[in-house]
Design a protein around this ligand. Structure first.
Ligand code: NDP
Length: 246
């Protein structure tokens, strides 16, 4: 029987690790793509302790050489890729988060990871996804990519409701739709997940809302039918220690 090979970027913690655990529990081979070797190996160890066939793959999505090396490794060792989850993403506080004070340096940094990184990784792995009988690309976007105002109940500006992060996720939604269009006559389905608040380090850093002490993120994956839609913005429910999903 052939195994499903799935690669998750930023899989060493947060939503990426929770997604990798779900894949591992399904008996899939999980490629734990992470830029930090120590944390990547630790995630690999955690997954293996749960019985998963997991392997750490070094990958910095902003580094073209690193992306190319990861794709070469997967081609050499596995020959194809069935599932690619572009999960790695960042948010940055740039002092005052008002749009008029947004710096290009911050904008560039956020886009490098959240948009350019997804395109770089997708293009590098596309030849391997084309070799799979039925492949999936899931881009982890955010509800703030389409409804930024909802992200802050107080209505104040923050890094989650100002220019860099939400606009990067809005761009990612469009990037997703364009890949879906290009690949519509292939065996590759492309979708974006638009989660709401999840209790991860991400929210510790952003200061938007602090994660509950000891809260764990769990991801519930919807199974899309093989002949299901592509290019739709697809919300998936996440339990986040009392948080909410879309
Ligand atoms: P975390 O901050 O907990 O994790 C982010 C992950 O992305 C880490 O594994 C980090 O690696 C990785 N990463 C960042 N930059 C790079 C890079 N250049 N190359 C490789 N990996 C990188 O965040 P979450 O788990 O919460 O977020 C995951 C995704 O979900 C992001 O795209 C985020 O925008 C999105 N999201 C999060 C929500 C939330 O409420 N938490 C809500 C909606 C969407 P490292 O450990 O090396 O830093």
């Amino acid at each position: 029987m052939t195994t499903t090979i799935a690669l998750v970027t930023g899989a060493n913690r947060g939503i990426g690790l929770a997604t990798a655990r779900q894949f591992g529990a399904r008996g899939w081979t999980v490629l734990v793509a992470a830029r930090d070797a120590a944390r990547g190996r630790e995630a690999e160890r955690v997954l293996r302790a749960e019985g998963a066939d997991a392997r750490f793959v070094p990958l910095d999505v902003t580094d073209e050489a690193s992306v190319a090396a990861a794709a070469e490794l997967v081609e050499r060792e596995y020959g194809q890729l069935d599932v690619l989850v572009n999960n790695a993403g960042i948010v940055r506080a740039d002092g005052s988060a008002s749009p008029s004070e947004t710096t290009l340096a911050t904008l560039r940094e956020v886009y490098e990871t959240n948009v350019f990184g997804v395109v770089a990784v997708t293009n590098a792995f596309l030849p391997l996804l084309r070799k799979a009988p039925a492949a999936r690309i899931v881009n982890v976007s955010s509800e703030v990519g389409s409804i930024a105002a909802m992200a802050d109940p107080q209505g104040a500006l923050s890094e989650l409701t100002s220019v860099p992060y939400p606009s990067s996720k809005a761009a990612l939604n469009m990037v997703t739709a364009m890949y879906a269009k290009e690949l519509r006559d292939t065996a590759i389905k492309v979708n974006a997940a638009n989660p709401g608040y999840c209790a991860t380090d991400f929210n510790h850093h952003s200061g938007f809302r602090t994660a509950e002490e000891g809260a764990e993120v769990s991801v519930h994956l919807a199974t899309l039918p093989a002949d299901g839609p592509s290019g739709l913005l697809w919300g998936y429910q996440m339990d986040a220690g009392g948080g909410y999903g879309t």
